[in-house]
Design a protein around this ligand. Sequence first.
Ligand SMILES: CC1=C[C@H](O/C=C(C)\C=C\C2=C(C)CCCC2(C)C)OC1=O
Ligand SMILES: CC(/C=C/C=O)=C\C=C/O
Ligand SMILES: [Fe+2]
Length: 557
Amino acid sequence: MASLAFSAKIGRCISPSNAMVSDQYESKRKGLSFGKGIFARKNDPRDSLVTKVATQAPTVIPSLEKELAGDRNHVAWTSVQQERWEGELVVEGEIPLWLNGTYLRNGPGLWHIGSYNFRHLFDGYATLVRLHFENGRLIAGHRQIESEAYKAAKNNNKLCYREFSEVPKLDNFLAYIGELANLFSGASLTDNANTGVVKLGDGRVVCLTETQKGSIIVDPNTLDTLGKFEYSDSLGGLIHSAHPIVTDTEFLTLLPDLLKPGYLVVRMEPGSNERKVIGRVDCRGGPAPGWVHSFPVTEHYVIVPEMPLRYCAQNLLKAEPTPLYKFEWHPDSKGFMHVMCKASGNIVASVEVPLYVTFHFINAYEEKDEDGRVTAIIADCCEHNADTTILERLRLQNLRAFMGEDVLPDARVGRFIIPLDGSPYGKLEAALDPEEHGKGMDMCSFNPAYLGKKYRYAYACGAQRPCNFPNTLTKIDLFEKKAKNWYEEGAVPSEPFFVARPGATEEDDGVLISMISEKNGDGYALLLDGSTFEEIARAKFPYGLPYGLHGCWVPKK
Ligand SMILES: CC1=C[C@H](O/C=C(C)\C=C\C2=C(C)CCCC2(C)C)OC1=O
Ligand SMILES: CC(/C=C/C=O)=C\C=C/O
Ligand SMILES: [Fe+2]
């Protein structure tokens, strides 16, 4: 693979430390394992193909072999092969000269310990990928986040903390009792910050997951793990939304209360580690709060979703995963949307809405009448037609078993309309015909200058069917109700992330950054023009990229 050797060579030139990481990469290519524990996978059946992919030109796999293999070895669902790498990538096309800064993408990139394979996409140890753009050049790299959970797994060659679907094996009944105590104190919960990464207003870069203890500060240049982000308040609780709303002036998040079902809406200022309570929402139904993976805001309001997919304390205690993991589906408990005034903490609307399932809210805004009075809140999300099976589809064995069947459950841009006139019901409808994006929809972004404001464009992953996972990049025009899709056969693209051109006046004037895991085992960074949605540049990594979740942009100072 010419570009592989070339890129690795360039990699060595960048800084002295690269020689070490690139050499590690060379050893891996030659079939030698390095490190210990996690990386010493002598009998892993995936090794042969992974090594083949890493060492040989990307040859076409003979069709019978391919048919038998399905997507078992798709690099998107294969653990990253080395702990870290850094190097300059060769760019095809042109990176705009205004694009100066660093894109970071976090995600669960390592799904095994020794020969033990994890079950679920969300279980993997965090892999942070970096694309540093400078004057048309691109320096890339990745590094595992040194969470306690990751380090313990590496040192003990076994799972030591509770991950999304994985629970450490206990030796005896006494250990089980101890484990119950650990669970209530949060000691056994993971700090594997594998979901997202945000840049706070004060410049600190924090990787996040659903557990509060999994808030980890990293250096965006070296990807070093700098330490835990410790919340200095005494709000307590173990979990939070994995997607806070972060701007230069604030950090807003939701803390679900599992004991007295509800949510605290909290705010933290730049430079501070102390969250302050804006207000509290009591749940309207069900035994526990709905899962709040994310939530939206408008200019003046925080929108608190109460999804009928609710946290489940019993499932938390179970050793074996239940069909919905830490959650339970309670259609009888109904779905609600609450609207809290950011300034006062008062709840200005709390409406019942049709049942819904979403991981990701896109954006929200205030709808005004001709006199400028706010009449309703519009909140958009990637909505899975009130069907929870997407959680099951994200099991690694399902992701790896793709044989051409169309098994990705349908999803749409769900648009909530929440009236502010005191009526008890809100609406939920598709913002555009889901056929426009192949009835697949998740992993969304938009121009952050439009946060909480009326906006026209959303970017996300859609579906070119048949597929088992969102496999297109799609630009959604919410005014025209149209989508434009980018697709490459067999490719698994990660969330398209919008970066605006400095000085832009048009909402879609900027670029989308995505990272692509290819079916031949390779991977590349991709830039699409925000306006035309055409490719403007791509740059191949010297190794295939595992799938990753969410990213952030750290502009050049
Ligand atoms: C993505 C992604 C990662 C993430 O999950 C990670 C964990 C460890 C979540 C754990 C839990 C819940 C989901 C619910 C309640 C308890 C707790 C164990 C903290 O979720 C994602 O979506
Ligand atoms: C990958 C995903 C959700 C990720 C959560 O952070 C959903 C994919 C399919 O709809
Ligand atoms: Fe997410």
